[in-house]
Ligand binder design. Structure first.
Ligand SMILES: *Cc1c(COP(=O)(O)O)cnc(C)c1O
Length: 360
């Protein structure tokens, strides 16, 4: 068996130790005689899995007691509608910052439900930076302020959060979930699809300040009402049981490997290796301004479409897969989430160096 280094933006690599543990427990989970896939979500044994996952997430992210943790289906994209339906309930106004495709999609969805405003955008330069925010542009009585914290496609990250005062800050953290410590108290809500950095696809995690719950619009579908899921401890209906189990294994792996501080250190070391190479290369260059660079998603290009295509093809043959960039940026993108080992980034940089020498 030989495993490749998978640089996919998502679904993406999982820690090998997690896959091995899941394989070992596949037929008989802890003496139950069943796979976790086959269990009732209302059984005692499953209860220990979902409660265990929540407890670990709370511990690792230091989530205060006045925040609810929800394990939902529907992906991050479903929350684009659920967020306005649940929270656009006072003035009916909200502010959005447009930093890429996912922020734009969330904004477009919210426009169906209220008076939402784009307070800033980096569309003018293909979202290659995080726009500077001017507090004078913020809506003082907004029901919430929305950002996409790490922009998976464009490779930008908010290294500093906007100061929204009393207006709750809501952030899509799909692609930076668990990549470094985050101060949950600064947010009204944090959420993300799990398939980038937490688990396989199928699970969406929402972390919501309790006082914001309970004012969903009357027309809100029951399945999009966060209060319904909070009151039922994520068991209102069948949750994505197996994905939550893998999530628990990933959280255990993170804890065993030193928690989020250690993840941050590993991720910074990996990202530095790649960015330093890009900054010194004559063939490859990163597409994002240095101060807003993501630790997780690194887009880069050469000046030639032909070379880009040749690179992606030859890299794949060398076991470095899924490096083709998003069609709106072109070129390449390396997603280097928690599960990507340092050795993987080292192999990529070595390959880039050899490619540059062979083709210039
Ligand atoms: C992948 C991604 C999404 C979309 O997630 P789905 O679970 O496929 O709906 C949304 N936001 C960000 C930042 C993403 O990276």
């Amino acid at each position: 068996m030989s495993r490749v280094y998978n640089f996919s933006a998502g679904p993406s690599m999982l820690p090998e130790a997690v896959l091995k543990k899941a394989a070992a427990e596949m037929l008989d989970y802890e003496g139950s005689g069943q796979s976790v896939m086959e269990m009732s979500h209302r059984s005692k044994i499953y209860d220990s899995i979902i409660k265990g996952a929540e407890a670990l997430l709370r511990e690792l992210m230091n989530i205060p007691d006045n925040y609810k943790v929800l394990f939902l289906q529907g992906g991050a994209s479903t929350q684009f509608a659920a967020i306005p339906l649940n929270f656009l309930n006072g003035s009916g106004k909200a502010d959005y910052v447009l930093t890429g495709q996912w922020a734009k999609k969330a904004f477009a969805e919210a426009q169906k439900y209220g008076d939402v405003k784009a307070v800033a955008s980096s569309a003018d330069k293909t979202f290659s930076y995080i726009p500077k925010l001017n507090k004078a542009d913020f809506t003082p009585d907004a029901d919430y302020f929305y950002i996409c914290m790490n922009n998976t496609i464009y490779g930008t990250l908010y290294h500093e959060l906007p100061d929204t005062g009393n207006v709750p800050l809501i952030a899509d953290i799909s692609s930076c979930f668990l990549s470094e410590p985050i101060d949950v108290t600064k947010f009204g809500m944090l959420y993300g699809g799990a398939q980038k950095n937490v688990a396989p696809a199928g699970l969406t995690i929402c972390i919501i300040r309790e006082d914001l719950l309970g004012n969903a619009r009357d027309i809100t579908p029951t399945m999009l009402n966060y209060k319904v899921h909070a009151d039922a401890n994520s068991l209102y209906n069948t949750p994505p049981c197996y994905t939550i189990y893998i999530c628990k294994l990933v959280l255990e792996w993170i804890k065993e490997n030193g928690g989020l501080e250690a993840m941050k250190e590993r991720n910074e070391k990996k990202a530095k290796l790649l960015y330093d190479f890009l900054d010194n290369s004559k063939m490859f260059r990163g597409t994002v301004v240095p101060e807003d660079r993501s630790l997780m998603n690194v887009p880069f290009v050469t000046d030639s479409e032909e070379l880009n295509a040749k690179f992606v093809k030859e890299a794949e043959a060398a076991g470095l897969v899924n490096l083709k960039g998003h069609r709106t940026v072109g070129g390449m993108r390396a997603s280097i989430y928690n599960a990507m080992p340092y050795d993987g980034v080292e192999a990529l940089v070595k390959f880039m160096d050899e490619f540059e020498k062979a083709n210039s």
